[in-house]
Design a protein around this ligand. Structure first.
Ligand code: ADP
Ligand code: MG
Length: 397
């Protein structure tokens, strides 16, 4: 689960991380009041959407002005003017895709005098089973370029969960960022504060880009992006309360109601598969034969007919879907359950596009028979390769 920048900052601030003062607002009038309260002389008006690259983003509407999604303002009037321009407008960044995202809330923040911009992030390194820090002196809006051109400028170290953050981690952080004296002490504190926040809140990722040194010698988290481990949300009611479903894909929200592992993609072939590994292999083979998948979907091992029906409805609700591939290897999952679910869903929502079904495993004959006798226009397939070729051919016409 993702949250907005201002929420992420509030979370890490609770643990003692240095962030600027600011206020989230929903209207230009609120923006003006927030600007007065903060006092200036410099403010930053920041679009709150669940995507990065806002600073370099562009609004679709000409009325939103030429500047990006993060704007420096030098007066209360300017804050208000930017808020009027940005609220309701659609911001396109490198992470939103072409459609962009509507900006419905802004964060009005104290402007900082920046001396240097660093990069810091933390994530769960599955290879070592540890929380890793990823840091670079080359922070700011071009970090992707740094990672591509000069990867040696990115330093990584991991923390053993048995010990937690130790003084040597603080020193490693300071050294990686070239900090000495008081700034090194601040880096040491920051490492332990952020690690504590990460672990206690069950974060999956925390990115502070930029982490800055202010002209008066303080480290500050100027941007913050946090995503939480969904499997641990049950023990963080306070985190769940931060969810903004207007930022999420409506198909993914629907899927989460049925506990389906669904991720929307940009392609044309809708996929219903059981097992994450088989689902990924299915996406790969669709690409191999020259088409793009419209989604990742793992219906899981113990899916009921109701769940399969819901999954099928979600797939067909995507207007980009030009064909559907059902690929089931029945182990715990039974092929006849899938067949009944598919038929129930088609009866409910109709079938406008070609449907290829590949069934194998438990109750396969029964499943095939149910589909045959349904009278539905199903294209049967024998194996994964056959199924992929058939759906690609059907879609290409
Ligand atoms: P994004 O990463 O989505 O582009 P950031 O929050 O990192 O958004 O903002 C982009 C840039 O704007 C930062 O790299 C920084 O240079 C500047 N900036 C952001 N917040 C402030 C602030 N409070 N004071 C001064 N400059 C800021
Ligand atoms: Mg940033």
């Amino acid at each position: 689960m993702n949250i907005h920048e201002y929420q992420a900052k509030a979370v890490i601030k609770e643990f003692g991380a240095p962030v600027s003062r600011g206020k989230a607002i929903f209207s230009a009038a609120e923006a003006e009041a927030a600007a007065r309260e903060l006092g200036g002389p410099l403010w930053v008006v920041k679009s709150q959407i669940h995507a990065g690259g806002r600073g370099k983003g562009k609004f679709k509407e000409a009325s939103a002005g030429e500047k990006g999604g993060v704007r420096l303002a030098k007066s209360v009037e300017e804050v208000k003017q930017f808020a009027e321009q940005m609220l309701g407008a659609t911001l396109v960044t490198i992470q939103t895709g072409e459609a962009g995202k509507q900006v419905n809330r802004l964060y009005i923040e104290d402007g900082s005098d920046i001396d240097k911009e660093f990069y810091l992030s933390m994530l769960v390194d599955r290879a070592t089973g540890r929380v890793a820090f990823v840091v670079s002196t080359e922070g700011g809006m071009d970090i992707e370029q740094v990672a591509h051109d000069t990867p040696e400028k990115i330093v990584t170290f991991a923390v053993d969960p048995a010990t937690g953050v130790m003084p040597h981690h603080g020193r490693q952080l300071a050294q990686a960022l070239g900090l000495v004296g008081d700034l090194a002490k601040q880096a040491d504190k920051l490492a332990s504060v952020l690690y504590k926040a990460f672990v206690e809140k069950d974060m999956a990722m925390l990115e502070v880009n930029p982490l800055i040194i202010t002209k008066d010698g303080h480290l500050k988290c100027l941007d913050a992006k946090v995503s939480f481990d969904d499997n641990a949300l049950y023990r963080h009611a306070d985190v769940v309360a931060l969810r903004d479903i207007t930022e999420e894909d409506s198909k993914e929200i629907e899927a989460s109601k049925y506990d389906l592992a669904y991720i929307a993609l940009d392609g044309t072939i809708g996929c219903m598969v059981n097992g994450a590994g088989l689902a990924m292999a299915t996406l790969d083979i669709i690409k191999l034969y020259g088409e793009e998948p419209a989604n990742f979907l793992d219906v899981g091992g113990g899916a009921t007919e109701e769940k399969v029906t819901a999954a099928f409805k979600i797939i067909t609700s995507d207007p980009n879907v030009k064909g559907i591939l059902v690929n089931i290897f029945g182990g715990i999952m039974k092929c006849d359950v899938i067949a009944r679910g598919v038929i129930a869903a088609v009866k409910a929502v109709g079938l406008q596009v070609p449907l290829v079904v590949r069934l194998e495993g438990t109750n396969v004959e029964l499943g095939k028979q149910i589909l045959r006798e349904s009278g539905l226009n199903v294209i049967p397939a024998d194996d994964l390769d056959d199924a992929a070729q058939k759906i690609v051919k059907a879609v290409k016409g």
